[in-house]
Write a protein that binds this ligand. Structure first.
Ligand code: FMN
Length: 179
């Protein structure tokens, strides 16, 4: 088993993408990989992807797009990311239901088009509805959006849709690619 140096850079607004990135880090560490978890908005301007054996980037979708700082980062490093082992995961509620999977795939495609980075491994991952943490306005918007998609509307609770087996597999596949 070879140990690799991996950076997982994530963009998050309500924290679910961080949780997913942490799960990936844990999976990779079981394989003795050395993993750095980095919040995209606080990334050192001198960050060099080539300092790592592999890079995973994740971001969540709000109003149809991923975090601006992640889009910028992907664009800036697209040429080098395309040449090295790299992967992208996109977190959203549209990835949570069959009816809206096409929407999630479209956002994933748009991200790749805009950045010019087309990673060999790219997946849409279902996120969470964190009703109890939202402001009243966000709660109102998300309840309406969820109702229109046949999702949970009980705002007394948070609802997690993330498929943790998918997240584990994503990290396992990435590790195997580096071997
Ligand atoms: C204000 C708001 C807007 C959102 N817009 C979208 C959207 O356009 N499409 C979608 O699939 N999910 C949308 N979501 C769902 C988020 O992608 C989902 O809650 C995800 O888990 C957020 O990840 P984060 O906690 O890492 O930011 C939205 C969520 C909020 C709170």
């Amino acid at each position: 088993m070879t140990s690799h140096r991996i950076a997982i850079i994530y963009g998050t607004t309500e924290g679910q993408t961080r949780k997913i990135a942490e799960h990936m880090a844990q999976t990779l560490r079981h394989h003795d990989d050395r993993v750095e978890l980095l919040l995209g908005s606080e990334l050192d301007p001198d960050f060099e992807p080539t300092a790592y054996d592999g890079i995973i980037i994740g971001a969540s979708i709000h109003e149809g797009r991923h975090q601006r700082y992640i889009r910028g980062l992907a664009k800036k490093h697209a040429p080098v990311l395309s040449e090295m082992p790299s992967a992208f995961f996109s977190v959203s509620m549209s990835a949570a239901a069959d009816d809206t999977l096409a929407e999630a795939a479209q956002a994933l495609e748009a991200f790749q088009e805009e950045s010019g980075w087309k990673p060999a491994q790219a997946e849409a991952v279902a996120g969470a509805l964190k009703y109890t943490e939202y402001s009243w306005l966000k709660r109102f918007i998300m309840k309406k959006s969820s109702a229109s998609k046949g999702g949970e509307t009980d705002t007394e609770h948070d609802w997690e849709y993330t498929d943790w087996d998918q997240v584990t597999r994503f990290a396992e596949t990435f590790h195997e690619r580096l071997d």
